[in-house]
Design a protein around this ligand. Structure first.
Ligand SMILES: Cc1cc2nc3c(=O)[nH]c(=O)nc-3n(C[C@H](O)[C@H](O)[C@H](O)COP(=O)(O)O)c2cc1C
Length: 271
């Protein structure tokens, strides 16, 4: 008995391949193309719970300083957007809007971010203010101990004023961004994280952790959560591989400043 293979397409993949061969490229692309990364996600329920808060979107807004440098509405607009998307806005230590003013503008979910500052009295004051204003958690950024050598800032002679939540002295004096001693105490240790945890009833999340060993150390001093982050290595030190990239299918999904430019990168990393 002679065996022969059929040259005819027998499923949609093969019809598609045939169409690709026969049609001019632009016509094929017009028919076959979808939006952005061409992945359909509309049927997926993305809601989850973070430290007891239900979010509709499993992407929180990371703390970034100085939103008013980009738009006059600054952090208030970001908070509005976070609330509309059903997620949490983590407000930077270097916010251009006061914690209290921000909290008054909405009914969403706010976390506050700070550093292990040298100034314990100020830290205590921020923790109390955040609690009183209705913030729901505290992020302690651990990976910005040293001022980064960001050459673009040096070249641009980039200067900024201190965030409005700091004590008023020198608040309006522009200074080079990330000057030594401005934020984190370079001599901070796990004890400082432990102290912050003891100084507030709010849950404390350690940001900037990269290894399992550090996660264990965070747990030992009582942290309620960790944020794995490439900030310290990419924006502050450079040259290291972003932690998410190790798990991400798309090689270009994490840019030089450590940011994702495609939400679908997150879906890719889950496969
Ligand atoms: C313009 C800019 C300002 C930032 N400001 C802060 C900040 O004030 N506090 C902080 O903890 N992280 C800050 N970050 C870091 C981000 O929260 C985030 O960690 C970083 O973009 C890397 O993303 P990843 O944490 O998902 O790796 C800033 C990032 C950018 C790009």
């Amino acid at each position: 008995m002679s065996m022969s293979t059929s040259a005819q397409p027998i499923n949609l993949f093969e019809f598609e391949e045939l169409a690709r061969e026969r049609l001019p490229k632009e016509e094929y692309d017009y028919i076959a193309g979808g939006a952005t990364d061409e992945i359909s996600v509309d049927a997926i329920d993305l809601s989850t719970t973070v430290l007891g808060t239900k979010v509709r979107l499993p992407v929180l807004i990371a703390p970034c300083g100085g939103h008013k440098r980009a738009h006059p509405d600054g952090e208030i607009a970001t908070y509005r957007a976070a609330t509309a998307c059903g997620t949490i806005f983590a407000v930077s230590a270097n916010s251009n809007t006061s914690f209290e003013d921000l909290a008054k503008t909405g009914r969403g979910h706010l976390w506050v971010q700070l550093y292990p500052f040298r100034d314990k009295a100020m830290t205590q004051d921020w923790l109390d203010r955040a609690k009183d204003a209705g913030f729901e958690a505290v992020i302690v950024t651990l990976d910005s101990q040293w001022p980064p050598k960001r050459e673009r800032n040096i070249r641009n002679n980039y200067r900024r004023t201190r965030g409005v939540n700091y004590p008023k002295a020198n608040a309006e004096t522009p200074r080079p961004a990330g000057r030594a001693g401005e934020g984190s105490d370079p001599a901070a240790t796990w004890k400082d994280l432990e102290w912050i945890k003891s100084a507030t009833e709010l849950p404390v999340v350690a940001k900037g952790v990269l290894t399992g060993e550090d996660v264990e150390l965070c747990a030992e001093v009582g942290a309620d959560g960790v944020i794995v982050s490439g900030q310290g290595e990419i924006r502050n030190l450079s040259r290291r591989r972003h932690p998410a990239r190790r798990r991400c299918r798309q090689s270009d999904c994490v840019r030089r400043n450590g940011c994702f430019h495609r939400a679908t990168a997150l879906l890719g990393s889950r496969r």
